[in-house]
Design a protein around this ligand. Structure first.
Ligand code: 0WD
Length: 253
């Protein structure tokens, strides 16, 4: 049991198709104690269902755009559990109209929202949760190939993911002082709630399946297992990295 004795906070479960759910499941299977959050009351029921299924004791509200909620979460987790060993940030958002059509039409408002929810939230969550992280803890965020390549319709989210990956590198240096690691996992396309907002997503899925070395799309179980490795001590020499879990699609010319 690789995660025996470890406890972690996982942000970004919307339902049992979420990538964060795949990571939570893999961590539980290896003996970890998992804490989940839900974005708002509308999501609470679905996340509670996931929590019951996984045997997760507590779920806490967290909208990452509200600093006071990050603060309250830190206090509640500290009170109920003490310190934690890992943290997962699996959250992204851009207005739907920005994920269709041309990148050149991106509005300042859509740009700011995408950067706030998908990038700054990582920095702020790490800032506010760091005091309850044990030395040697591991942090993971989720990214996508659209950060370094043109992907149709990914638009402003590609720019946000580039900033997210750069943030991981800068945070890795600051956190390294406490031997805390932070990495990004770049997942291949998976049909989730968030993905359904991206124009022509089913075409991207088909194209990746046809053109990746493994000739298949990845599952949340595969992403979950690789995520678990990055959260575990098995990856103790890895930080500031972007790790692709995409059936090898990114290497293709
Ligand atoms: O193909 C994919 N699905 C890929 C996703 C490929 C590569 C990377 N990713 C990334 C996403 O960009 C995101 O960072 O993985 C992460 C998780 O996305 P997901 O698992 O695909 O999507 P989903 O199950 O919808 O979970 C993301 C959740 C939100 O769901 P919706 O769809 O309702 O936005 O992020 C949460 C929310 O639960 N979220 C927030 N949580 C707290 N505060 C907020 C917020 N303000 N906004 C969104």
């Amino acid at each position: 049991m690789v995660m025996e004795g470890k406890r972690g906070l996982i942000i970004g479960v919307a339902n049992n198709r979420s990538i964060a759910y795949g990571i939570a499941k893999a961590c539980k299977a290896q003996g970890a104690d998992v804490i989940l959050t839900y974005q708002n009351e509308k999501m609470q029921k679905r996340v509670q269902k996931v929590a019951d299924e996984l045997g997760v004791k507590n779920i806490y509200p967290l909208d990452v755009s509200k600093p006071e909620e990050i603060e309250s979460l830190k206090e509640a987790v500290e009170k109920d559990y003490g310190k934690i060993d890992f943290l997962v940030h699996s959250v992204a958002f851009a207005p739907r109209e920005a994920l269709d059509g041309k990148f050149i039409d991106t509005t300042k408002e859509a740009f700011n929202i995408a950067m706030e929810i998908s990038v700054y939230s990582l920095i702020e969550v790490v800032q506010k949760i760091e005091p309850i992280l044990n030395d040697g803890a591991s942090i993971l965020t989720l990214t996508y190939l659209g950060s370094i390549r043109y992907i149709p319709h990914y638009n402003v989210m590609g720019v946000a993911k580039a900033a997210l990956e750069a943030s991981v590198r800068y945070l890795a240096v600051d956190l390294g002082e406490r031997k805390i690691r932070i990495n990004a996992l770049s997942a291949g396309p998976i049909k989730t709630l968030a993905a359904s907002g991206i124009g022509d997503f089913s075409e991207i899925l088909k194209y990746n399946e046809k053109n990746s070395p493994l000739m298949k799309n990845v599952t949340i179980e595969e992403v979950g297992n690789s995520g678990m490795y990055l959260l575990s001590d098995l990856s103790s020499g890895v930080t500031g990295e972007v790790h692709f879990v995409d059936s090898g699609y990114n290497i293709m010319g």
